[in-house]
Design a protein around this ligand. Sequence first.
Ligand code: MRU
Length: 340
Amino acid sequence: MEWLERPVPAVRLIDQTRLPVDEVYLEATDVDALVDAIARLAVRGAPALGAVGALGVAVAMAQGERDGWDDARLRHEIARLRDARPTAVNLAWAVDRVLPLLPDGRSAVLAEALRVLDEDEAANHSLSEQGADWLLARCPERPLRVLTHCNTGTLATTAWGTALGIVRELHARGRLELVHVDETRPLLQGSRLTAWELAADGIDHVVQVDSAAAGAILRGLVDAVLIGADRIAANGDTANKVGSVGLALACADAGIPFVVAAPWSTVDLATTDGTGIAIEERGAEEVVAFGGVPTAPAGSRVFNPAFDVTPARLIDAVVTERGVAEPKIRPDMSAVHQPL
Ligand code: MRU
């Protein structure tokens, strides 16, 4: 993700809907383009949504200067951006972070937005090291076979990644054997995006259908599951890509660690528990068609939640740059500690 100042200020993004086939970039110069990119998941992943939200406020200001918006219109457009997706708290968090600087002008907003990006990258590296330390302290015997869901890498963040950042850290330390990549129905963020990132890094992986995950875990083929998060409530309940809670149940039965990795900007202390997290429901076409070909009878009703909530009681660790919380033992996100 990149800020372009000229000729018209823009945010430059890789269009994630086109991967892995085409590496195409889009340049969003107005709020409509940003809202559209967010809604159709051209940009996605909680920390990346935060970054685009913060930069998006500067885009809105530049558009307002061009089109002669008054303050009320500018704030209305910024609110549209803030609400473009409901579950990932990072989007609203980042917009709210830069908003107080509106009276100071666009360069002040842009400078703060760029700080959001820099801090996210630093957080990813820090939490990846802490996550690897935590895991290796619990699973010291052998190079790890891990399973991951959705995409939590560079594409979903500003750089490096969260759960995939821990994977990269384990690989760098020579302590990774294999990554099981859930394809992640219905939009295939795992097979399209995570496998693309792992292949680029030369990290050994297998792509599997989501329904292979529980069996692989119970057969002892996986040592730990690592996922990201869209919103973590004060008690550790975690909203993430639909399918996450099933992985946590399988881990609990198998007695292997279920680990959530996220920057602190994904922690929402104002939300007491998972019941307070809004779960985005997306269109039927994502479920009943594949590549434009129908996969269910015409008129089938559809249930398409984009996320689910894993209860704190099933989560062994929430790894952040501020430290590791262990919700299973203590359902309190403020009780983070540095891993031994
Ligand atoms: O619908 P998406 O692709 O935006 O969902 C993304 C996820 O669920 C990720 O796991 C989460 O945002 C963490 S990204 C570091």
